[in-house]
Design a protein around this ligand. Structure first.
Ligand code: WQD
Length: 341
């Protein structure tokens, strides 16, 4: 057993990755970030340093460059890998599908090949509730729900990624695997020292809400007002990014316990929230009147989806700690902090 428990975190400088680094350190792991910063801010390692008390080790690398990645495996004996490195913009993936297939699948395959070659025991994959597509009657989805049709090439890379993992597991590769299906991660570190750095105009709701409130964008458009939900707007399961970070730590610890060698697990709060409710919570917390209007539906949007999180609760003993209000408060703190940076 590697006493230092070094964990390779590909994409560790991104939004979810950076928060997971802090959670790994708190749990006694030694994370090593592999990131080429193409979609992360160069200040992230020094920001993490302020939280954990030392500069995390980071390697500037594109995980699609297998030779370079191999050198990382030659230099470190990893006790586990968390694979975040991937593109994630749904709209962009429709425009540039090959960019998404190349990057997301090649990065995964390279990392898996080296994990097997170097006999790394445990692997956690960054998947998404997008694999469910548009759920049927039941909006609270369980992991055994058959995967839906991907609404985008991005979503398809997650579906194919999960299929690859299943096949690798069946091949007796010796790799223990957990695929975590994230719902909608929001918020920021409670310290206000790290958060999301959207590059360009964000696609996601929360950065648009806080960005509009601070004046970066003129107005928020709420996509659609006549969906069959309580107030006509889409329902999502918004989860605090630190709760999601903790789920990765619990997943690694679970794999280390040897209780299972392959699992797919939802990571959501189990509660569905409409867009209008998010706006209402934001206005109450920030005391800012948000400039928003209704606009046309966004193509490809799922109407309503939230997690059945029992598996994460029981198998990983994982429970979300933060409320929607906490998440919105932390996202707002972060937006204000960034403005003064
Ligand atoms: C949430 C709701 C929008 C922006 C996310 C990820 C995606 C994937 C699945 C992640 C929707 C509405 C948004 C705006 C709006 N997996 N909205 N105005 O679509 O659930 O997708 O989860 O790994 O990558 O993005 O999240 O934040 O884009 O949208 O009205 O300006 O907010 O229509 O109903 P979504 P989102």
């Amino acid at each position: 057993m590697n006493h230092q428990r070094k964990i390779l975190v590909t994409g560790g400088a991104g939004f979810i990755g950076s928060h997971t680094i802090t959670a790994l350190v708190s749990a006694g792991f030694t994370p090593i970030i592999a990131d080429d910063f193409r979609n992360a801010d160069s200040s992230v390692p020094s920001r993490i340093e302020k939280i954990i008390g030392h500069l995390p080790e980071f390697i500037m690398i594109d995980v699609c460059d297998k030779e370079a990645l191999k050198q990382v495996f030659e230099q470190h004996a990893f006790a586990g890998i968390i694979h975040f490195a991937a593109y994630k913009a749904v709209g962009e993936s429709v425009e540039f599908p090959l960019k998404y297939y190349r990057n997301n699948l090649l990065g995964l395959i390279n990392t898996l090949e080296l994990a097997v070659q170097f006999k790394v025991p445990n692997f956690v994959f960054s998947s998404s509730c997008t694999v469910y597509g548009e759920p049927g009657e039941l909006k609270e989805v369980t992991e055994d729900l058959p995967k839906g049709l991907a609404a985008s090439p991005y979503g398809n890379t997650k579906i194919i990624g999960e299929e690859i993992l299943k096949d690798v597991h069946h091949s007796n590769s010796g790799l223990n695997i957990i695929s975590l299906r994230y719902f909608n991660p929001i918020g920021a570190h409670p310290s206000g020292l790290i958060g999301e750095f959207p590059i360009g105009k964000p696609n996601n709701l929360l950065p648009m809400v806080t960005g509009t409130a601070i004046g970066k964008y003129d107005q928020l458009t709420v996509f659609g007002n006549d969906y069959p939900t309580s107030d006509g707007t889409c329902v999502r399961d918004y989860i605090h990014v630190m709760d999601l970070a903790t789920a990765h730590v619990k997943a690694l610890e679970f794999l280390e316990s040897g209780k299972s060698s392959f699992e797919t697990i939802n990571v959501g709060t189990g509660a569905g929230t409409t867009i209008l409710k998010v706006i209402q919570v934001f206005e109450a917390i920030s005391e800012v009147k948000l400039n928003w209007k209704f606009g046309p539906k966004r193509p490809g949007d799922v109407v309503e989806i939230f997690a059945k999180a029992d598996k994460a609760n029981h198998l990983l003993n994982w429970y979300p700690k933060y409320t929607l209000e906490d998440s919105v408060q932390h996202a707002w703190n972060w937006e204000k902090k960034l403005q003064n940076d």
